[in-house]
Design a protein around this ligand. Structure first.
Ligand SMILES: Nc1ncnc2c1ncn2[C@@H]1O[C@H](COP(=O)(O)OP(=O)(O)OP(=O)(O)O)[C@@H](O)[C@H]1O
Length: 306
């Protein structure tokens, strides 16, 4: 089994820490979402895992080995860091063939990944004529070329149309189901929640969270119930009588904090208050993520000097 292990990893650029003492493992068989604000250190970490940057201190290994020590690395780990990695004057097919030849990957894999990424029909066109989404698909094709056990993708949904976004989600889920190790950075919280099982969240080069998506959301977003009836004032009195923390919007819909639909439904039924709408409000990753980053910003804010 191939896990990606980062230990005490630090990277300084001119005395500034882009990555600051990171330790985590990315496990096989699940999709790990890699989140954090712009400049948090996600790409720098991925570059160090892929041997494209040298750590100032610490180690990053794939299946226990530094990238530089892997034989035929594309067969062990595939990556997408930059959609413009292919030379514009080459065709997609030639680009992938050259990559395959230099890593002793059978040429039939080229056709397989072109098919898989939906590029087969345009494979003989020069890459410079590709749209951003097509270049992104080509980058993903290159990542999958060596049938690798581990895959690192930096913002793979970038430039993809809605169909492409559904496609990448399905692809990531399948790669994980096949037992591969999948690390994916993204700024799209809705998308990350749809494809990721686990999260690593960075802030200013440090690890803020290493947790399952479900646990992360449940720990940060309180359960709420949305409820609507014919007479909002009567419902307001009923909720207050039973000590519920609730607020009412302009249309008369109540939001009840720390409550479950079963409790509110039963309460209304017993009091004879008609229910027009009753729903548990779905807690989202975006809300949980913003809660964490806001708390972090507050915690790290430096007091102004007088
Ligand atoms: N080659 C470099 N030289 C100097 N500073 C760098 C270099 N590469 C990255 N940095 C700095 O390191 C920090 C982390 O950048 P990085 O690109 O890893 O963040 P990120 O989390 O991937 O951000 P984004 O979400 O915007 O892609 C930033 O402050 C960036 O300016």
């Amino acid at each position: 089994m191939t896990s990606i292990d980062v230990r005490d990893l630090t990277k300084e650029y001119g005395g500034r820490r882009a990555v600051d003492g990171l330790t985590f493992s990315v496990r096989p068989g699940r999709v790990t979402g890699f989140l954090g604000p712009n400049g948090a250190g996600k790409s720098t970490t991925m570059r160090m895992v892929l041997g494209l940057d040298h750590p100032t201190t610490g180690t990053a290994t794939i299946g226990g080995h530094a990238y530089a020590r892997l034989r035929e690395p594309l067969r062990r780990v595939g990556s997408l860091l930059d959609a413009d990695a292919a030379h514009g004057s080459r065709t997609a097919r030639d680009h992938l063939r050259a990559l395959a030849a230099s890593n002793r990957i059978p040429a039939r894999r080229v056709d397989a990944v072109l098919e898989e990424t939906g590029l087969a029909a345009v494979a003989r066109r020069r890459v410079r004529t590709y749209s951003l989404g097509m270049r992104q698909r080509l980058g993903i094709a290159a990542a999958l070329l060596g049938d690798p056990e581990a895959v690192l993708l930096d913002e793979p949904a970038n430039g993809l149309d809605p169909e492409g976004i559904v496609w990448i989600r399905t692809l990531l889920r399948r790669l994980a189901a096949e037992g591969r190790t999948v690390l994916v950075s993204s700024h799209l919280m809705g998308e990350t929640a749809a494809f990721a099982d686990h999260l690593l969240i960075l802030g200013r080069g440090r690890l803020l969270a290493d947790t399952s998506v479900q646990e992360f959301i449940h720990a940060r977003v309180q359960p709420r119930v949305r409820v609507r009836t014919t007479d909002p004032a009567v419902l307001g009195d009923l909720l207050a009588l039973h000590g519920h923390d609730a607020s009412r919007d302009a249309e008369g819909t109540w939001t009840v904090l720390h409550a479950r639909v079963d409790d509110i439904g039963r309460l209304m039924s017993e009091a004879g208050v008609p229910v027009l709408e009753l729903a548990a409000r779905e807690a989202g990753l975006e809300e949980a993520y913003l809660d964490l980053t806001a708390a972090e910003a507050e915690f790290t804010a430096q007091p102004q000097e007088a």
